[in-house]
Ligand binder design. Structure first.
Ligand code: UDX
Length: 437
């Protein structure tokens, strides 16, 4: 099948290359010339494991091409995916101007039947606006359908998620569109859930908001556990063994970030409130999350008395491991709070330093965790990159001025660290170490 994908960011590019790898002919369209040039030369312009290899393979087979102008793509494709950005407006609602722009472009170039598929996360009823826009601006009397086919791709494992999803949700209005989407997903042996379009749009926002709610729930439990000397990781395990609850997304830590959860959560309660439906659960989920970095700093201050002039090695900048994405990353808030306390910061991240320095130009980035720890009064682990677990902590201990580790993700082996002479401060559990110093 021929497919057009508008927007070659994290979602669009995975979608484009995923369908190309399955043997479809795919046109990736983006107005960012730099991105298109990079992709046309075979370089993925961001870090996402496995994507570079698929780009090489599919380009080699002539299954994917990239353009800034999508006219040919619209003409040839049977299905047109809209994967452009839907950033948050200052009031939290989604800015849909890029979606409108693509809809207008499609309208001007549509000559025969197409399925236009929303993949970016959009507010319920967006399909109505796409349909209306195409109808208003189209040059010829052609039929088309707008469907909602939300993505559930996690950055860092997006390739795996594309090929092995747990479900595929498609909101459609016609049998014709349903058949085409069924054909597109014929190689996937997973539940294909057909709904009406608005329901599919809601499923996406509801899924992300629910997962965010689970995280804020466990993070509040973490606070309680710290007060009563309980262990939040065991609480999470004990709860999660109940299959009605499930253990995933119950990892306590420094809060959720990324381009989806914070934005989708806010957009979703705004949508509900605009319809006259108060949704305090979601507002509270956000409030709990917003407080995490400050609570973390408070914990550091309780252990270190003052932060002024102290050197802090920050491990991890990306909003989660295996990505260079720093959008809404808790690390940024932690660093700003540390700065306002007068601390000196040296950060290390395996992939995200460049992006972090684009928003925090004064940030000192080390080239290894050892360099970040050199002469430090404390280490703060903000992102649980796998490599932090296998660091030579003895070497780190020897190079630090004072041996404190604040683990914002409960990623490290606290007992081992304590045996090496560290004071180890996890989230939602009792600190471990020799606190006589
Ligand atoms: C999310 C959804 O998972 C995906 O289905 C959707 O389509 C896009 O948004 P993503 O933002 O890539 O994916 O990351 P995800 O793995 O969901 O993590 C989001 C944030 O929650 C991260 O900051 C992560 O560190 C945090 N998190 C996740 C926790 O704090 N605890 C957990 O138990 C799980």
């Amino acid at each position: 099948m021929k497919i057009a994908v508008f927007g070659t960011g994290y979602v669009g590019l995975v979608t484009a290359l995923g369908f190309a790898k399955l043997g479809n002919k795919v046109y990736g369209i983006d107005k960012d010339m730099g991105k298109i040039e990079s992709l046309s030369k075979g370089r993925v312009p961001f870090y996402e494991p496995g994507l570079q290899e698929i780009l090489k393979e599919t380009r080699g087979k002539g299954l994917v091409e990239f353009h800034t102008n999508g006219a040919k793509a619209v003409e040839e494709a049977a299905v047109i995916f809209i994967c452009v950005g839907t950033p948050a407006l200052p009031d939290g609602r989604a800015d849909l101007s890029q979606v409108e722009e693509v809809a207008r472009f499609i309208a001007e170039n549509i000559r025969d039947y197409k399925v236009i598929a929303e993949k970016s996360t959009v507010p319920v009823k967006t399909s109505y606006w796409i349909k209306r826009t195409v109808n208003l601006y189209k040059k010829e009397s052609v039929e088309f359908d707008v469907v909602s086919n939300p993505e559930f791709l996690r950055e860092g494992s997006a390739v795996q998620d594309f090929f092995h999803p747990e479900r595929i949700v498609v909101g459609t209005e016609t049998e014709r569109a349903r058949n085409l989407m069924r054909q597109l997903y014929k190689d996937f042996d997973v539940p294909l859930l057909f709904t009406d379009v608005g329901t599919a749009e809601i499923i996406k926002h509801a899924s992300n908001s629910f997962l965010a709610m689970k995280i804020s729930f466990i993070n509040m439990l973490a606070e309680l556990c710290e007060k009563v000397d309980a262990d939040v990781d065991m609480v999470s395990k004990g709860m999660g063994l109940d299959s009605r609850i499930g253990e995933r997304f119950l990892r306590a830590g420094i809060g959720f970030g990324g381009s989806c959860f914070p934005k989708d959560l806010k957009a979703f309660y705004r949508i509900a409130e605009a319809e006259g439906v108060e949704f305090p659960l979601l507002r509270e989920t956000e409030r709990v999350n917003d407080l995490r970095p400050a609570k973390f700093i408070y914990k550091m201050k309780r252990a270190m008395w003052n932060l002024r002039g102290k050197k802090i090695g920050v491990l991890g900048l990306s909003f989660k491991p295996n990505t260079d994405d720093i959008r809404e990353a808790p690390s940024l808030k932690v660093i700003n709070l540390l700065k306002s306390e007068g601390a000196k910061i040296v950060a290390y991240d395996p992939a995200a330093c460049k992006n972090a320095r684009a928003v925090l130009p004064e940030l000192r980035c080390a080239s290894s965790p050892y360099e970040a720890a050199q002469g430090a009064n404390a280490i703060s682990l903000i992102t649980e990159w796998e490599e932090f677990k296998t660091i030579d902590w003895k070497r780190i201990r020897e190079s630090m001025e004072t041996p404190l580790v604040f683990d914002g993700r409960n990623a490290l082996d606290g007992r081992k660290l304590a045996s090496l002479g560290f004071e180890y401060y996890p989230v939602g559990k009792r600190p471990i170490g020799n606190f006589n110093g």
